[in-house]
Write a protein that binds this ligand. Structure first.
Ligand code: GLN
Length: 475
């Protein structure tokens, strides 16, 4: 068995046909992780007991000749911002270094109910704040395509493991691009579903109105299979939508002939690396040849997306992160003299520099006197950005753009320049602000072999069309 090329479909078939057992497969994966992951550091925690117990359940089912569930025996990794019962969950932060949650995130519970096996928890930027995975309190992840480069972030571990073949697929989270941008940097498929499509119950909150859970996979078909399992209304999350979940795999077989695809001029402006532009334009040409109609469009408020995102995301983060006080969860600073000192020292020692920067920015944006000027203003611009998309989707069925302005950059290259780092998300934050779905699919390579991603954005709850276009262009 070649772990590097396994897909969800091929794994399930192999187990159903008893080519190997789920237990043997899990053991092979752990062997590979122990041999290869130290150089990449995609995993923070392994949960071998839980994985082997689930593998045994699947093997028992297969042994009795019972019909197998859709993800039977498929080994997966989960970004460490999703809670797992009995398995340490850190969110990449020291403040949660010993936190063992008492319940499972809905998305994880649904994967396991469908037969999937959780191998472990994936490294990520602290509280999902970052674009390079260099903000993890446990050390960075390296890009398996070039170990001197970052895997992107914040779901860097999730994307790197899929690229390295140390998991068949993973879950990531996307608040401003954190599924799509690392997928682009690592040459894998990353899907951010519509806001509300997948329950956020058990996702450690960064910015609640922007947070999404979604799959990172080797193929577009695998993304379709995983989305079907995790999507749908959950009574535990009042923002999860009660919208029927289609059979995404079936959608993939429909041709793209006649689809109208918008190409927004604002996404091809200054700052886009030449090689990325060339690969994306070549991919758009392939879509034209497959019968899509390419339509030039404009999303006029794009230039305001980064500042808008960094006001709203930091404001929500400052509120969400107030709960880490040394009392309720995980880490507590040693020997405080007073209660106030306990809070102060815990947060000072428990949070990293980027998280503190965001809490301060967000607290400032929400403070009385500045609320109208920053937070309220940002909310208004968010509405304008969303209406840009609404208008565009009256004319086109989907929008195609680069996922990120560059291919994977070197470790340390932007680490001291937060503003340069924030620009890595320039093409991805708009979809989070508008709540529309987006997928990144590999569409080419630079001369030195680094992957380049094409981003496809679509109407609310129309992930099916995105996946169809992704399938047609997939490289
Ligand atoms: N890189 C962006 C940030 O730092 C997006 C993060 C994310 O999507 N979780 O906020």
């Amino acid at each position: 068995m070649d772990l590097n090329t396994l897909t969800i479909a091929s794994t399930r078939t192999a187990i159903a046909e008893c080519q190997f057992t789920a237990t043997r497969l899990v053991e092979e994966f752990y062997k590979k992780i122990k041999a290869e992951d130290p150089g990449i550091h995609a995993y923070l925690t392994l949960c071998e007991d839980r994985a082997l117990a689930q593998a045994q359940r699947i093997d028992d089912l297969a042994g009795r000749g019972n019909p197998l569930p859709p993800l039977a025996g498929v080994p997966l990794g989960i970004k460490d911002v999703m809670v797992t019962r009995g398995v340490r969950t850190t969110a990449g932060s020291k403040i949660l270094e010993s936190f063992v949650p008492p319940y499972d995130c809905t998305a994880v519970a649904r994967l396991e109910a469908a037969g999937a096996i959780v191998l472990g928890k994936m490294n990520c930027d602290e509280f999902a704040m970052g674009s390079s995975n260099e903000n993890s309190a446990y050390g960075p992840v390296r890009n398996p395509r070039d170990l001197s480069r970052v895997p992107g972030g914040s779901s860097g571990g999730s994307a790197a493991a899929v690229a390295a073949g140390t998991a068949v697929a993973t879950l990531g989270s996307d608040t401003g691009g954190s599924i799509r941008q690392p997928a682009s940097f690592c040459g894998v498929v990353g899907l951010m579903p519509t806001y509300g499509r997948v329950s956020r119950y058990g996702l450690i909150a960064f910015a609640s109105s922007l947070d999404h859970i979604g799959p990172i996979t080797r193929t577009v078909e695998d993304a379709a299979i995983l989305l079907k399992v995790i999507a749908g209304r959950d009574p535990m999350d009042s923002t999860s939508a009660d919208v029927p979940v289609p059979d995404y795999q079936q959608e993939l077989s429909r041709p793209i002939k006649g689809l109208k695809l918008g190409v927004p001029k604002e996404y091809f402006a200054e700052g886009l690396e030449q090689e990325v532009r060339a690969a994306v334009e070549a991919a758009i040409e392939r879509l034209r040849q497959a019968g899509a109609e390419i339509v030039p469009i404009s999303l006029p408020h794009t230039a305001y997306a980064i500042p808008t995102y960094y006001v709203i995301a930091t404001a929500e983060a400052s509120s969400n992160l107030a709960r880490y006080d040394g009392v309720r969860y995980g880490f507590r600073a040693a020997k405080p003299r007073t209660l106030a000192e306990m809070y102060r020292n815990t947060r000072d020692q428990g949070f990293g520099a980027e998280v503190k920067r965001r809490i301060m920015l967000g607290t400032y944006a929400l403070s009385s006197g500045y609320y109208d000027a920053y937070y309220l203003k940002a909310q208004r611009v968010r509405t304008l950005i969303a209406s840009d998309f609404e208008q565009a989707f009256q004319k086109v069925d989907a929008i195609v753009t680069p996922t990120a302005p560059t291919a994977a950059f070197k470790l340390g290259e932007k680490a001291d320049d937060p503003l340069a780092m924030y620009l890595a998300d320039i093409y991805t934050v708009t979809a989070d602000l508008a709540g529309v779905p987006g997928v990144s699919v590999p569409c080419g390579r630079t001369k030195t072999g680094l992957p380049i991603g094409l981003q496809i954005l679509g109407r609310h709850f129309d992930e099916g069309t995105l996946l169809r276009v992704a399938q047609a262009v997939s490289f």
